[in-house]
Design a protein around this ligand. Structure first.
Ligand SMILES: Nc1ncnc2c1ncn2[C@@H]1O[C@H](COP(=O)(O)OP(=O)(O)O)[C@@H](O)[C@H]1O
Ligand SMILES: Cc1cn([C@H]2C[C@H](O)[C@@H](COP(=O)(O)O)O2)c(=O)[nH]c1=O
Length: 116
């Protein structure tokens, strides 16, 4: 908040990792006339809402949902499927840990007969 005093535009990336206090911070800054641009993952690897993202989406004046391409079929992706074994919600990573999948290809990975 101290740093933001001098700024007209504030950018916050990886918002999914913050706690719910980010919602108040963004509201306070916007109420002061600042332009606040927030980026983050809406869902975790299980397809569950991630951190403060649902509340941020609700209070946003504008929302742009950007979707990757499903690595298996080329359709628009729906979730970042985790390809390493870990149940922790927070696990930093990139291509070696996650693959974007569409809903159909993601559901296919959940079938008992599926092998990675
Ligand atoms: N507007 C764009 N045009 C072309 N390539 C892009 C664009 N945005 C992202 N990319 C590509 O996608 C990669 C991942 O982008 P990034 O901004 O890190 O996405 P995210 O933070 O959602 O994972 C980049 O390294 C770049 O190769
Ligand atoms: C799905 C998912 C992702 N993460 C981590 C993996 C990356 O470090 C970031 C997302 O970064 P990006 O630049 O937006 O690709 O989030 C995680 O910790 N838990 C998850 O479920």
């Amino acid at each position: 908040m101290l740093l933001a005093a001098e700024a007209d535009v504030i950018g916050i990336d990886e918002a999914q990792f913050f706690d719910d206090s980010l919602v108040d911070v963004c509201n306070t800054l916007a109420n002061k006339g600042k332009r606040v641009i927030v980026a983050g993952l809406d869902m975790d690897f299980r397809g569950l809402p991630f951190g403060p993202m649902p509340a941020l989406l609700a209070i946003a004046d504008e929302v742009t949902k950007v979707r990757a391409i499903c690595l298996r079929c080329g359709n628009l992706a729906y979730v970042s499927h985790r390809i390493v074994k870990s149940e922790k919600q927070v696990l930093l990573g990139e291509k070696d840990e996650y693959e974007p999948l569409c809903r159909a290809c993601y559901l296919e990975t959940l079938r008992p007969s599926h092998s990675e």
